[in-house]
Design a protein around this ligand. Structure first.
Ligand SMILES: Nc1ncnc2c1ncn2[C@@H]1O[C@H](COP(=O)(O)OP(=O)(O)OP(=O)(O)O)[C@@H](O)[C@H]1O
Ligand SMILES: O=P(O)(O)OC[C@H]1O[C@H](OP(=O)(O)OP(=O)(O)O)[C@H](O)[C@@H]1O
Ligand SMILES: [Mg+2]
Length: 280
């Protein structure tokens, strides 16, 4: 049985659960349950704090996990990133009082930096030869400057609203671009490849749509240039031999542009439908 660590709370938990459901796995019904077995798919889910997931996976206690790249790097665990899961994006940045004395990385030398990600920040500063004092806090680090326990902060920034509200301003280089990731450890479980295929399938299903249309047969080459499909378009005969029916997968964001171009080539009855699952 494949043992999978998933976030039990926080920014990543809901989307991770949705993604696993779309990938065909059953999940816990009660949010206080910490373990759920999906016997049909031969997997066991462990609902853990996202910050702890890399520790469990890196030690081999669990086979794979879903967590944030920033949390993985901060954990110091030997777990490694298998793939990005394309949600939970955030940027990790330094911030200091707007218009104050700390404006660039070098200004942090000898200063106190509040963060919940001390390992991540320490690795970053060390690699650049900056020596600062890290003040480890559990959360709400933006208040640390106002309250006098730090001179600057290093934290997750999404919209930037929290920083602004605390009178802080981003400065210096990007510490990390983070996203939710699938991580693995020492266990080489055969179920990992299947899980990965399913999760990638969910990402494809979200990104692509199916497009069906009728086309004058002499326009087939031109239409294939507009939308070539994954391997090649599926072409079916119609009763009227001057026409064919064509089916292709296209990127959802490009669907309308492609419909416009196909229409101009003479395509008619162009239909777009959602894909519920995919294996490429
Ligand atoms: N707006 C956001 N705030 C915090 N974390 C975010 C945000 N957007 C994405 N993330 C990512 O979510 C992960 C942090 O999740 P975690 O559950 O530990 O913290 P949280 O969402 O801040 O929850 P809490 O602070 O209530 O424990 C990190 O990988 C982080 O990059
Ligand atoms: O850029 P923004 O969109 O404002 O989001 C970023 C803020 O959100 C998170 O805090 P969270 O709400 O998780 O509280 P915490 O600091 O207690 O973890 C993060 O730590 C930042 O403070
Ligand atoms: Mg938080």
């Amino acid at each position: 049985m494949l043992r999978i660590a998933v976030p039990n709370k926080g920014s990543l938990s809901e989307i991770a659960a949705e993604m696993l459901a779309e990938a065909g796995y059953s999940g816990r019904r009660d949010s206080r349950k910490l373990v759920h077995t999906d016997t049909r798919n031969d997997v066991e889910f462990f609902y853990l704090r996202p910050r702890d997931i890399a520790t469990y996976v890196g030690s081999g206690a669990l086979d794979v996990g879903i967590t944030g790249r920033d949390l993985l790097l901060d954990s110091g665990s030997s777990a490694t990133e298998i793939d990005s899961l394309e949600f939970g994006d955030s940027t990790f940045r330094f911030a200091s009082p707007a218009g104050g004395a700390i404006q660039e990385l070098g200004d942090l030398a000898g200063k106190r930096i509040a963060t919940s990600y001390p390992q991540l920040v320490d690795d970053f500063l060390r690699a650049r030869g900056v020596e600062s004092v890290l003040v480890k806090l559990d959360g709400a680090v933006e208040s640390a400057v106002q309250l006098g326990v730090a001179d600057a902060v290093a934290d997750v920034v999404s919209t930037g609203a929290t920083l602004r509200a605390a009178g802080l301003e981003i400065f210096g280089p990007v510490i990390l671009e983070s996203t939710a990731v699938l991580i693995g450890g020492p266990n080489d479980h055969p179920g990992i490849a299947r899980l990965l295929r399913r999760l990638r399938g969910v990402l494809v299903a979200r990104k692509y749509v199916l497009m069906d249309y009728d086309l004058p047969v002499d326009q087939l080459e031109a239409a294939s240039q507009v939308a070539g499909g994954m391997e090649s378009p599926t072409v079916s005969p119609l009763k009227d031999e001057q026409w064919v029916a064509v089916r292709v997968m296209v990127r959802a964001e490009e669907a309308n542009t492609i419909m416009d171009e196909l229409y101009e080539l003479g395509a008619r009855a162009i239909l777009v439908t959602a894909i519920h699952a995919a294996r490429l």
